[in-house]
Design a binder for this molecule. Structure first.
Ligand code: PRT
Ligand code: ZN
Length: 283
């Protein structure tokens, strides 16, 4: 049995549960308590505040955690990042009132900066030789300049909408973040085996995301051209059809390339094109 800590509510909760579900690790989320047990996998879920997850994993009270890389970096907890999970993407940035004529980091010299991420900010400022006053506040950091609490802020930015609506502009991006899977530093062999199985499943789910399975019929003399348009995992599968002079091609295409590829395939005579969702991809 292993224990995985995820955010109890908030931005990472839903995606964390979806990843588990898609990995066949079903937890009855309707009866959510502090701890939930997966029905068909040796795993317990621990629902926590994101700030607490790195420390709990470092202490060994949980074996794995899903948390924003920003929290791992801020807490400095002794954990290993074993996978980037591709959701909860954001960045930690410095922002100043939009009327400021900003001309480089020196602007921050001697100024005050409000943030909930004092450690990351402190490391960044020391590295850059800037001496500024860090004012730690827990929430609503974006209102600090207008409220006269600080000259600038250091906060999470995703779309940038919050900054704009508070009359601020992003001037330096300091840390890129996304949800990551972390584990502790001494894991027993038994637990490692279960962790490997979690990783195997997570990888298969992630591999399938953003991809489609595509199949079509095509005149056999156009197969070589079609192969050039279809960069598959190894190579596309080509099978002769019962109808003389025609073949069937199966392949996997990235969502980003899908429509361009389909249009090019139609131009070279592809017919009966089917596009299917991919569930899992196991290399
Ligand atoms: O209760 P708990 O402590 O668990 O939750 P929390 O309130 O501390 O965190 P939560 O749920 O807000 O965020 C959890 C994690 O999601 C963060 O630690 C990040 O890793 C990640 N994440 C991704 C974000 C955002 N995107 C994000 N946009 N966390 C916060 N924001 C905030 C941002 O600070 C801004 O104020 O959302 C606001 C909107 O952002 P814009 O730029 O899109 O306007
Ligand atoms: Zn938090």
């Amino acid at each position: 049995m292993i224990r995985l800590a995820i955010q109890s509510k908030g931005r990472l909760n839903e995606e964390s549960l979806r990843l588990l579900k898609d990995s066949g690790i079903d937890v009855d989320d309707t009866k959510r308590k502090f701890i939930g047990k997966a029905s068909d996998f040796p795993l317990e879920l621990l629902y926590l505040r994101d700030d607490d997850i790195p420390g709990v994993v470092a202490d060994g009270a949980a074996d794995l955690g899903i948390v924003g890389f920003n929290e791992v970096s801020e807490t400095g907890a002794d954990v290993k990042v074993i996978r980037r999970l591709g959701f909860g993407r954001c960045r930690l940035s410095l922002a100043v009132p939009k009327i400021v004529d900003y001309n480089g980091l020196d602007w921050f010299q001697g100024r005050s900066i409000a943030t909930s991420y004092p450690s990351i900010l402190n490391r960044f400022l020391s590295e850059k030789g800037i001496s500024a006053e860090i004012r730690e506040i827990k929430g609503s950091v974006e209102i600090a300049p207008a409220a006269g609490i600080a000259d600038a802020i250091f906060d999470i930015v995703s779309s940038g909408g919050t900054l704009v609506s508070n009359g601020l502009k992003e001037v330096e991006s300091v840390l890129e973040s996304e949800a990551v899977l972390v584990c502790g530093n001494d894991v027993t062999e038994d637990k490692q085996e279960i962790i490997n199985s979690v990783l195997f499943r997570f990888d298969a789910v992630r591999e399938s995301r953003g991809k489609k399975y595509i199949l079509m019929n095509i005149p056999s003399d156009r197969v070589d051209e079609a192969m050039l348009l279809l960069p598959s995992m190894r190579s596309p599968t080509v099978m002769p059809l019962a109808l003389d002079g025609w073949s069937s091609i199966h392949s996997v295409v990235d969502d980003a390339e899908l429509w361009r590829t389909v249009e090019s395939l139609k131009r070279i005579g592809a017919e009966g094109i089917l596009i299917l969702n991919l569930d899992k991809v196991i290399d």
